[in-house]
Design a protein around this ligand. Structure first.
Ligand code: CMX
Ligand code: CO
Length: 135
């Protein structure tokens, strides 16, 4: 497998408008996309910075991955996402390596990308997302 790029760094927030406005005022950056992803239980705003994005994530409810995270930890860094060319072969490599996969099969995330998560207990305490962008 090959990690092509650091696609995004995701930050869990309570209030998406407040976080977007905070980034606009403080850092003079603005989202290129904003989407509700029901399957992931989030609304996300993608702010381009250099060749990567900052992904601001607000939970759609308390019983979601990000809802549980902010209830436990408050706002803060949630995961990092690496772009890959072929998510099926990346997952197959990770499975062969015995990685602790959250998703055995890719799901559809923001921007129509195919995404899959690796558990934070797998390596260095970091929740990892793999992203294969649509061609
Ligand atoms: N980073 C690091 N560690 C994390 C974590 C995170 N984001 N989220 C949870 N953990 C840790 C917890 O601290 C806990 O550790 P301990 O057992 O040592 O206490 C452990 O993982 C289990 O945590 P939990 O509170 O029981 O969490 P959940 O039941 O919510 O499950 C996880 C955690 C990672 C499996 C779940 O959040 C998940 O499936 N995530 C993938 C999907 C996702 O995050 N979607 C939203 C983003 C969508 C997008 O990027 O588009
Ligand atoms: Co993400």
């Amino acid at each position: 497998m090959k990690l092509l790029n650091l696609d995004h760094v995701a930050i869990a927030v309570n209030d998406l408008d407040q976080a977007v406005n905070g980034y606009a005022d403080r850092y003079k950056v603005a989202p290129l996309y904003r989407e509700v992803i029901e399957e992931q239980g989030v609304e996300e705003a993608m702010i381009p910075v250099g060749g990567s994005f900052v992904q601001l994530l607000a939970p759609l409810g308390a019983e979601t991955a990000v809802g549980r995270f902010v209830a436990k930890n408050g706002e803060g860094l949630h995961h990092i996402a690496y772009a890959v060319t072929d998510i099926e072969s990346a997952l197959s490599h990770l499975r062969d390596e015995g990685a602790n996969l959250i998703d055995e099969q890719p799901r559809i995330g923001g921007r129509g990308a195919r995404i899959a998560f690796v558990h934070p207990a797998d390596l260095a305490g970091t929740l990892i997302e793999l992203v294969e962008l649509p061609r």
